[in-house]
Structures are given as structure tokens and as C-alpha cells.
Design a binder for this molecule. Sequence first.
Ligand SMILES: *Cc1c(COP(=O)(O)O)cnc(C)c1O
Ligand SMILES: [Zn+2]
Length: 557
Amino acid sequence: MLTPKESKHIELECINCRTRIPLTKTVDGCPKCGENILEARYDLTLINVQEWLKAIKKRGRSLWRYFEVLPLYDPANIVSLGEGGTPLIKSRALASMLGLKHLYIKDERQGPTASFKDRQATVAISAMKEIGVESVVVASTGNVAIAYAAYGARAGIKLWGFFPSLAPSEKMREAAVYGAEVIKITGTYDQTKEIAARFAKRQGIFLDRGIKSVAAIEAMKTMSYEIAEQLGDDLEDGKRWRSPDWFIQGVSGGMGPIGVGKGFREMFHFGLVDKMPALGMIQSTGCAPMVEAFKRGQRIATPVDDPQTIIATLATGNPGRAYELLYDYVKKYGGAFASASDEEAFNATRIVARNEGLSVEPATAVAFAGLFKLVQQGVIKPDDVVVLNCSGHTMPVESQILGDQWQRSVDLSERTHVPVPPQEGLVSAIEQIDSQVRRIVVIEDNADAARLIRRVLQAKGAEVHLAHDGETGLNVVRQVRPDMVITDLMMPNVDGFQVIDTLKADPELQHIPVVVITAKELTAKERARLNSQVDMLLQKGSSIDEEVIENLVGKLD
Ligand SMILES: *Cc1c(COP(=O)(O)O)cnc(C)c1O
Ligand SMILES: [Zn+2]
């Protein structure tokens, strides 16, 4: 079913001088100019594109369904665990809170090793098998080594995994489970890469070249093919493939967005999609060399020698050439570099888990936190089709996220009250509010937003009455005489302004505190008018945090 190896034609093109050479096992940089980065080129003129699309539809969901554009000659060398083909989940609650109409989450957690690095592993390990590699050295903050260890085990290729000390020990242990040699280096990730390279050279072991390896970029590219196909199914009834307006990812070395960008360029060239997406690269504030360089308008990034982040996955201090490639992409096709702090990321972890049912690792949460910012800044617009790479699962790092106090013990043998230690953030906000029932009327025409607000308030013990338009809202207020009214502004017929005017003009209702939650851009006049009438004004984009809603209940005290 896959194209047989005799008819496959793969060349490598130097990104500097554009020299082309055939892909063989001896390729090591450009023979003409010495450039390290070579890009794979496929000749789709050998295949009829329409025929190819039909053939793809009939294949399994694994990323190997795009075999014709992957750097492997013989399908017999594929080492697979069913990777790729991850769902593109349409966000509801989060999208509604952000005011986005088309927010999609590419759920890469659902791969065999729970991060998108299993794409890299299946392609790289298969390519190694094709050229006869028996053992490989890789430097990793965790996920690459875990994925290589699993696929290496399956292929009979031994893995030497070098980890910086920041890597969570749970991740090193996971790699060891698959039989990898685990070497922990007391130093930064960049230093670990150097030591791994020296070790490989001295021992004569194959070194994985990371971003400079053809397999890595080509593997990450498969995300873009899946996204185009899945968006086409969702937005174009499967009649054609479709690019999003944005691809957003938490970025360390930049392999993901570089691969995705290359994929869309290829599809554009083949005539499969009609535009190029903007790329959103989100880094951790404590290690954001790309963000800093872009802000200064520089094409070369100044390395961060001592990353100040506990998010090991994103601790590449020196992005090297990868940043130049991303800089060029953003200048040509659009995009943004942004950063989010560890704290913002951990906060986003909870928001995403509680609203979307997705438990993501901190590196992924950085992408969500960055998305919130780009929306608030108006860089991403309400109508934009946005795809976020949900790059990894919490499982290996749960202890980092929850700390030690995630469970409450009730000891029945001693009938004494066990005090629960104070906890940070969201949880402590809940603890502080007494459980006395309070009555709140929520007037909100967006059903998803209304449900979210109700759920959070009910969890706090409030009695919540929902109304989906202003007129019904006023009737409900008159009936139930609530302790608080929460209202949206933009609603059909009787809008939020009229609701507030009516309440404030009624001697029996004017004492009820009013909170406004809105996505509307307010004029100075509107703002002044509201300021005199309402107790709190929350912009939907910025009030994304559940804590804000929860604290409302506290405001009644
Ligand atoms: C590797 C990794 C990243 C960063 O990927 P790059 O594209 O190489 O910068 C983000 N999230 C997770 C979970 C990862 O494993
Ligand atoms: Zn060259």
C-alpha cells in the first residue's frame, strides 16, 4: 500500500547554498559550504497528488500514513507503536472564556510515551534501523530520552541517555524502565549536550543530532499534515485540507514549530493548502532567549547561560540556528514570540485541567499561558483559527504540580479533626470561603460561559440561578432576591446596561451587588457609567482565572 522503496526519491537541500544531494547514510552536512542543516525534499511529481490524498484516507491513523514525505526508503524499517494521529479537540469552555471561536487543542499527550517526542522517536529510530545503527547517544531533558528508549527497545537499538540535573528523576526512571543507560550530568542542558557529544565521539557511538537531524524536523512536520487534514474535515467537510491562522507551542529548542512550518510550506507548494499559518513560540520567562532577541529585533539570540526556570523541558539556553529559522519564518509569514513565568504556567495547568479535562505538563502549560496573553494583547483575534500543541502529559511530573498535599486524610481511628495544611492558590481560595449557601443570579447568554461560572460557584456552595437574557434575568432577580447578580453586557434585547439601570432604579433591588463579566471593549464613557453602578468589572479575557470567579463569593462577606 505504501509507495515501494524503488520509486521513492529523497534529496537533501542545504538551507544555505541550496546544493542538493541524495539522502544516504553517509550524509554529514553540506559538501559544498559545510552547513549543518539540510532539509529533506520529496518529488511529488512522481505521484499524482489527488491519488495520493485518496490513498492516505484509506491508511491507518499513525503518522506513517504520510510515508511519501518521510525520510525513509523501506517501509519494512518502520518501528511503530501507533504514534501520531492524535485527536484535534475543539475547545469549548476555555475558548469561550477567551472569546475565541475556533480554538483547537492537538492532543499530543495521547501518544505511546505521552508526549509529541514519540513522533521524533519513531522517525529517527526507524531511520537508524535503515542505516544499521546499533546504539545511540542522546541528550535530553526527559521526553526525547523516554521516547527513544521505548522505540529503541522495540528496534533492538541501545540508548545512552544524558540528562541535566534539572530533569525530574521520575522521567529518568521512566527511560531506565525501557533498558536505557541513564547518565545524569550536574550542569545545564547545553552543557549536557556537549558532554553527550564528546562521549559519543570517544566511544564511536552514533550521536543523535537533535534539531540538526533530518529525521527530527521531518517527524515534527507530521503534526502539520494531521492538522491540515483534521481542520479540513472539521471546517471544510473534508473537501480540502486547511491551514490554521495560528500554531502555538511551548518552545525549547524549537524543533516543533520548525517542523510544522516546513510541513505547511511543503503542503502550500504541493497545492494542498492555500495559506501559511502564523507561528506562536512561547518560552518560559526564566529561559527565553528567542523572546528577548526578537524583542530587540535581532536574528541571532544571546544564549541564557543559567536558565531560571524549574521547567526542565524548556531549558534550552542556546537555541543557535533554530532561532534564525524561526525568526525568518515569522518575518515572512507572521507570528509572535512570547513568554510566561513558571507561576503563570502552573496556574494555567489548573485552568486547563479543570475546564478541558486535560492534564498537561508544565512545558505545555507555558503554551496555554502564552495563548492567554496573545489573546489579551489582541495579537490573536476572536475569529482566528488557533491550534495549540498540547505537547505532553502531567503523569511524569505530577509531584511537581500537586506538591505533597494533594490528598486529605481522614483517620477514623481517632475521632479528632485532622487540620488540612494551608495550600496555595485556587485550593486555598476554596478553603477560605465558608460553606453558607449564598444565592447568586447569573445573566449570561453564552451557554458555555454560563455553565463554567455556575460550576465554579456551585462548587463553593452557592445557590446559582441562570438566565440567558436580560429580561428573564430581571424576572429571576425579582423572584429569588439574590445576594449578588453577575451579568454579561452584550445580550440580545435587554442588554446588561439596561439590566443594571433597572436594578439600580428599583428601591427594593438597588442594594444588590452587581458584578459585570464582559468580553466587550468598553469606551471611556461606558466604563465611567459602570464604575458608578457596579461592584466589580471583569474583562472576560483577563478573568480567565477561575480564582477570580471563586473570590466573588468571598466578596459577599
Ligand atoms: C520537547 C518539548 C517541548 C519543546 O519542544 P521544541 O519544539 O523542541 O522546542 C515542549 N513540550 C514538551 C512536552 C516537550 O517534550
Ligand atoms: Zn551548502
